[in-house]
Write a protein that binds this ligand. Sequence first.
Ligand code: GUN
Length: 299
Amino acid sequence: MTQASIIDGKAFAATLRQRIAVEVAKIQGAHGLKPSLTVILVGEDPASQVYVRNKGTQTLEAGMDSVTHRLDAATPEAELLAMIESLNNDPACNGILVQLPLPGHINESKVLAAISPDKDVDGFHVINVGRLWTGQQALVPCTPYGCLLMLKDHFGGNLSGKRALVLGRSNIVGKPMAALLLAESCTVTVAHSRTADLPARCREADILVAAVGRPEMVKGDWIKPGAVVIDVGINRVDAPEKGEGKSRLVGDVAFTEAADIASAITPVPGGVGPMTIACLLRNTLVAACRQNGIDAPDI
Ligand code: GUN
């Protein structure tokens, strides 16, 4: 049995960040524009703190300005909305990201709707969702965009006619992933926990994107021989074999068995994960260019 090639998201993301840094330097030289990303973190969620720190570091490494606002968990919604309004009106701020999840007393939809669509580097605003689905110029959610870049690279740029199955229907990954694959002329199925005959549906797919958040749910025999598998899941599970109280990260796909069947697969960690921040930097650069009437680089 041939083994799937491993799609190295860590290396891919590093190359992408390098290309972004080159474009940032070019645009700064030619136009005196230094793109700036503002991240707002409300509360002390440990995972969010790590993500926000990494976003700040990688933004600076790409040659852009990074601003982080850390707000108390009890911050009133009105205060957060006022901060967003002020950033919307600040020409020095090109991208705004409010880290999710938010504390329970804050209405997430209201907050996302308050961000100017042109600075919405997460691509979560309904205006950007509508633009994406109608084929207009949008800011696109980072994780699915990262998956698309890896797929296009693997297939030499052409996904036309491929059968793609997206497992998961979240607003952050599943739905925008389906829109992006449809725009590439794939035949797209969106499957989820209620899909009938799920293994059989998965076995029809040339491209399988798993984004359900269920550890190792997709088994080897769910995969069409030769399919390309993109695993968006990041699940922490107990790992008693590593010692008491230890854990490890696994994806939504049972990697070892899937790698015996697929032609290519992303690992967890080191697959999709590193692409998300790289695409956030890309969106910040693109947003800054569009706001200033500069042609955005094709990244
Ligand atoms: N929390 C987990 N993933 C994300 C993301 O992509 N964007 C934001 N804003 N929050 C997140």
